[in-house]
Design a protein around this ligand. Structure first.
Ligand SMILES: C[S@@+](CC[C@H](N)C(=O)[O-])C[C@H]1O[C@@H](n2cnc3c(N)ncnc32)[C@H](O)[C@@H]1O
Length: 264
């Protein structure tokens, strides 16, 4: 269980990534530094190289299939599920969803126009069950409950707390369920043991934007208690269920009112 503390509106910006009661040690393993993917002063070629690397990593480690299974579990009882993917980057998860579910309809989106252009130019652009477009997770251009599911994979940590909370409010407005799959925030007690890994990554990161962004991602990942606090800030009626494996944590958020309307 995670304490459901609602941060005061004026303190949301300073919510620690480890949650409202994060320890001193946990706060040392957090950073304000932005990933290359999030910087306006970084050339699109660099961002594209990071997204391409992510695509290779996701394909090699079969993350797309794993995430697609997690998403399809959430819509198992819906014959023609309408799914919105936020922060799709390379589109690998949406491709896996289209493959694994012959009747799923996908809206494949990202805030980065270059990534969207690349996805439109790929097989996704001509897939009859997919629409590809730019979308900002914090302000989704869709009516209430337009989708059965919104999924945001390996991206939630990109958002600072206020934007993260706005995204929860938006995603649970436009869909019955919001599935967040993100990197685990490691317990602070094990972080010092991982220092050699961090130093190696820092050295690598000078020349390798993907190593840089991976390191920042680990330090910006939210804990379940932070996710609970962000959800409480987004809406008093939002419930969250958590699960995890060795690499990823999974949070499924939904509004009680939507569940009552759909009789579940
Ligand atoms: C680490 S990549 C993840 C890509 C892909 N989902 C994956 O799992 O490999 C994070 C993505 O989130 C996108 N992103 C960052 N902020 C966003 C926002 N406010 N709205 C939508 N997408 C956002 C970035 O452009 C980037 O494509």
């Amino acid at each position: 269980m995670h304490e459901n503390r609602v941060p005061a509106a004026d303190t949301i910006d300073s919510l620690p990534r480890g949650g409202p009661t994060a320890s001193w040690l946990d706060r040392q393993f957090e950073t304000e530094r932005l990933e290359f993917l999030d910087r306006d002063d970084v050339d699109d070629r660099v961002k594209r190289s990071v997204v391409r690397s992510l695509d290779h990593i996701s394909a090699k480690l079969r993350y797309n299939e794993k995430f697609a299974q997690l998403a399809l579990q959430q819509v198992a009882d819906i014959p023609h599920p309408k799914i919105l993917e936020l922060g799709a980057g390379h589109g690998g998860l949406s491709r896996a969803l289209l493959e694994q579910h012959p009747d799923a309809e996908l809206t494949v989106t990202d805030i980065n126009a270059a990534s969207v252009d690349d996805m439109v130019a790929s097989d996704l652009g001509s897939q009859p069950r997919a629409v590809v477009r730019v979308e900002d997770a914090t302000s989704i251009n869709a009516p209430d409950q337009a989708y059965d599911l919104v999924v945001f994979a390996q991206s939630f940590h990109h958002l600072p707390p206020r934007a993260a909370s706005a995204t929860i409010a938006e995603a649970t407005r436009v869909a019955k369920k919001f599935l967040v799959i993100d990197l685990l925030r490691r317990p602070s007690i094990v972080q010092p043991l991982r220092l050699p890994l961090f130093f190696a990554l820092i050295a690598l990161a000078q020349g390798y934007p993907t190593a840089h962004d991976w390191l920042i991602s680990e330090l910006r990942a939210y804990s379940p208690s932070a996710l609970s606090a962000l959800a409480s800030q987004a809406g008093a009626d939002i419930t969250t269920q958590f699960s995890k494996d060795r690499v990823h944590q999974v949070a499924v958020m939904s509004r009680v009112a939507h569940a009552i309307q759909s009789g579940k």
